[in-house]
Design a binder for this molecule. Structure first.
Ligand code: 2P0
Length: 349
């Protein structure tokens, strides 16, 4: 028998350039925000959310199984990951190992086109890519709902990045296992709704307060939290109707009010959580001016100072120019709706 025809035993291989399962996922921006968890361990959100997955700034993650006895290894953009970041990734891999009934150590290699931890949804794309790559590496077959539920355990916003276009994430009901089972995202089919999202990157520094800690503080201490959560339910009903009509102006108005309300609840937390910077305000002013000039542009902000502006695709260049004028030191990106998380065939890696 020629050497290259000798059957290779199935099982973990040494990591090499062709081994491992590689997945790519894109960030998503919530139009109706999630803020606050009702179960921190299971990462179950307090409120439903609705998002648009972008076509830029992907995360690419390769998970390679290693021989037993090796330590788990995690790299981020080629450097070893440490601290909380490593801990969250390994905890997630442990969850996949438990579901798969496997114990193989792993090498996890992640590359982020998004600045990590800067409110540009890097944990959404990160855990969606990890969920797809890790389940493939451990030969765990999950349907899209189960995959979204699993991604949620890494980061609640990641449940939405499993899907392309628009996705609705359910806060679910009940407690414990019932809450886990009922909280996942699903696609919202809107084939004809294709707005642009202009992203004003005013800072790529990691946030001072993690969204996890900021959410906890907001839920526990902000007197406005319950009111915002209740108004968010009305916002969701209204935005779904506006999306069905393809009414971008209404979608934008609801998106902007929902985000400003979320930041108001944070400002009312004790001590206050403030992600806005002077550059954020300058961009918000430029968006107001665009509207006064008749350009339909609507802002939303997440756990960081960067601003995302929803607008019709034909207005994107004008919006980008206005935003650039407001923050000459920043950078501006134009995104459209993007694809869901997917496994890359060997040839594309
Ligand atoms: C969202 N954000 O709906 C909200 C709006 C930021 C503001 O989800 O604790 O990284 O890992 O579930 O998902 C950012 O928080 O937080 C986020 P965890 P995540 O997109």
């Amino acid at each position: 028998m020629p050497l290259d025809a000798v059957p290779v035993p199935a099982g973990p291989r040494e990591p090499g350039p062709d081994s491992g399962s590689t997945a790519v996922a894109h960030p998503n921006i919530a139009l109706i925000k999630y803020w606050g968890k009702r179960d921190e361990e299971l990462v179950v959100p307090c409120v439903d959310s609705l998002s648009m997955t972008l076509d830029i700034l992907p995360t690419t993650t390769t998970v390679t199984l290693c021989p037993q006895g090796r330590p788990d290894r995690v790299t981020f953009d080629g450097s070893p990951a440490e601290g909380e970041r490593r801990h969250r990734i390994i905890a997630f891999v442990d969850l996949v190992r438990e579901l798969a009934g496997r114990s193989d150590p792993v090498l996890v290699e992640t590359r982020n086109a998004v600045p990590t931890g800067a409110g540009l949804a890097s944990s959404a794309s990160g855990f969606a890519a990890l969920a797809v790559a890790a389940t493939a590496a451990y030969s765990l077959r999950l349907d899209p709902t189960a995959l979204s539920r699993l991604a949620r355990r890494g980061s609640a916003s990641a449940a939405r990045s499993v899907f392309g276009g628009f996705a609705l994430c359910h806060a679910g009901h009940g407690v414990g296992a019932a809450a886990d089972l009922s909280s996942y995202a699903e696609p919202v089919p809107l084939p004809d709704f294709d707005p642009a999202m202009v992203i004003a990157v005013v800072s790529t520094s990691a946030k001072a307060v993690s969204s996890r800690a900021a959410m906890r503080r907001t839920v526990e201490t902000s007197p406005l939290y319950r009111a915002w959560a209740a108004s968010g339910r009305a916002d969701l009903t209204d935005i779904r109707a506006a999306l069905r009509r393809g009414d971008l102006a209404a979608v934008g108005e609801i998106t902007e009010r929902n985000a400003l309300g979320m930041h108001a609840t944070m400002l009312a937390a004790r001590p206050a959580v403030r992600y806005f910077s002077p550059a954020t305000m300058a961009v918000l002013d430029s968006v107001l001016q665009l509207r006064r000039d008749g350009v339909p542009a609507y802002a939303t902000m997440d756990a960081g100072p960067n601003v995302k502006v929803l607008c019709p695709p034909e207005a994107a260049d004008r919006v980008a120019e206005a935003v650039r004028g407001a923050v000459p030191d920043g950078s501006v990106l134009i995104a459209r709706r993007g694809p869901g998380a997917r496994l890359l065939p060997g040839a594309e890696r």
